[in-house]
Design a protein around this ligand. Structure first.
Ligand code: HAM
Length: 428
């Protein structure tokens, strides 16, 4: 016999005992988005490959190694989106949002795809929430994006988060810094001290060497010059303003000269938010400014800043911190029949209960009453409605309160209203 087909490596089924937590996270995002004035957009899951190779950068791991790219039947190179920022900017340009009052604030959520080595908190298909402010140059916009993400985490009940922040400068000052870093590496530790990947990065993308996690590379770059010393006046004052603002919003912030991020579009501010509960994959959020991204994909100059946060990682952190999210939604009322003769009546009652916004279930397997009661208990129902000969004859329903075992008979036509009332009393 052929083996049964499993979900592909790096993907996972989010089942009923977890998916409600996702809904909760998304509801909180929606609330925060409303309070901060972001409008929700729903963008394609696949885009032209060029959007990412030009937007994210040809020499990044994401573009070089991690994209799900294929040629479609019309001979176009298509890529499953590895992130949302490039698509957000594409959409802004395509719909001429530059004509709208600036800035334009957009948010979205959905699955992303990266061919990475799966481990806890790292998947090949994962969900991001993504928030972007387009058309704002002010450092206060950078600050607002950090505030937005921290507000989401605060409303979710997450604590102990640390914001790491850096500036990666603009092309002008970054150029000077690249040279300084290369000089340091050549004259100090020497290229042989670096791992093979970083030796390859030396010419193409030397800043990435700073955030290599290999001990040898970390040691070699320990005393590397900080980019702060190479920032031009504009980038420096921008960075200082963001930091001054951050000190006012009460976040735990650390300057991190190694933080360069894995996507090439960043200019000036770059940040990550870390949660200890995540282990090696400890970033719950990553973001920053990308003033040249719109031009890189063929548009006019549009400054932008934003962040994305992984929902799987948010949920792992919520669970790791033991945050109480409320109870898993469950069946509130289970309708039991004395025999299958009353199946239609049971369906009709369940229909009425649902129309009154009570969650209701009933048996479809022709089980005996005892087995139905067991089902009712297993479903976690607070109340069981019983329909048998007597009830049908007298136009009543017997209702059993599952928490105290009490049973009473009520008129059939009052069942929904009474149960709504009892649920309210129970939840009080
Ligand atoms: P990123 O740092 O690549 O940034 O991803 C942002 C967040 O997505 C990470 O902090 C993490 O929570 C989650 N994430 C990334 N990769 C995975 C994975 N393989 N499995 C599970 N979760 C993952 C971006 O994507 C930028 N577009 C963020 C941004 C928005 N910058 C400006 N605007």
């Amino acid at each position: 016999m052929e083996s049964t087909i499993k979900a592909p490596r790096g993907t996972r089924d989010v089942l009923g005992d977890e998916s409600w937590k996702w809904t909760h996270v998304l509801n909180v995002c929606r609330d925060v988005a409303g309070d901060f004035g972001y409008s929700e957009v729903l963008l394609p899951i696949f885009e032209h490959t060029e959007l990412f190779s030009r937007g994210i950068g040809d020499t990044t791991d994401v573009v070089e190694k991690e994209m799900y790219t294929f040629i479609d039947k019309g001979d176009r190179s298509i890529t499953l989106r590895p992130e949302l920022t490039a698509s957000m900017v594409r959409s802004y340009l395509e719909h001429d949002m530059k004509r709208a009052p600036q800035p334009v604030k957009l948010w979205s959520a959905g699955p992303m795809f990266r061919y990475e080595r799966p481990q806890k908190g790292r998947y090949r298909q994962f969900w991001q929430i993504d928030f972007e402010i387009l058309g704002a140059q002010s450092p206060m916009a950078d600050l607002e994006t950090i505030d937005t993400s921290m507000e989401i985490y605060r409303r979710l009940g997450l604590t102990n988060l640390q914001v790491l922040i850096n500036s990666v400068g603009c092309p002008n000052c970054r150029h000077a810094y690249r040279d300084a870093l290369k000089r340091f590496l050549e004259s100090g530790p020497g290229l042989d001290a670096l791992c093979e990947t970083c030796q390859g990065r030396f010419e193409r993308n030397p800043l990435r060497i700073l955030d290599c996690k290999k001990p040898a590379c970390r040691e070699a770059t320990e005393d590397a010059p900080a980019i702060w010393d190479s920032l031009c006046d504009e980038c420096r004052s921008h960075f200082e303003d963001v930091n001054r603002g951050l000190s006012r919003i009460g976040a735990d912030v650390k300057l991190d000269k190694r933080l360069v991020r894995g996507l090439d579009y960043y200019t000036k501010t770059a940040y990550e938010i870390l949660a200890g509960e995540l282990g090696a994959q400890n970033a719950v959020c990553g973001g920053g400014r990308y003033d040249n991204l719109a031009e890189a994909i063929g548009g006019p100059h549009v400054p932008g800043v934003g962040f994305a946060s992984g929902i799987e990682r948010i949920v792992i952190t919520l669970e790791g911190q033991g945050v109480f999210l409320g109870e898993k939604p469950k069946t509130e009322v289970y309708v039991v029949t004395a025999s299958s003769d009353f199946a239609i009546e049971a369906s009709a009652l369940a229909h009425e209960l649902r129309a009154s916004k009570l969650s209701a279930g009933t048996d479809y397997a022709g089980r005996g009453m005892k087995a139905q009661m067991k089902q009712a208990a297993a479903s976690g129902a607070d109340f069981v409605c019983i329909i048998g000969e007597d009830e049908a004859a007298s136009g009543t329903v017997s209702v059993k309160n599952m928490s105290n075992g009490e049973q009473r008979s009520i008129p059939r036509n009052e069942a929904a209203a009474k149960l709504v009332l009892w649920r309210e009393e129970r939840n009080r």
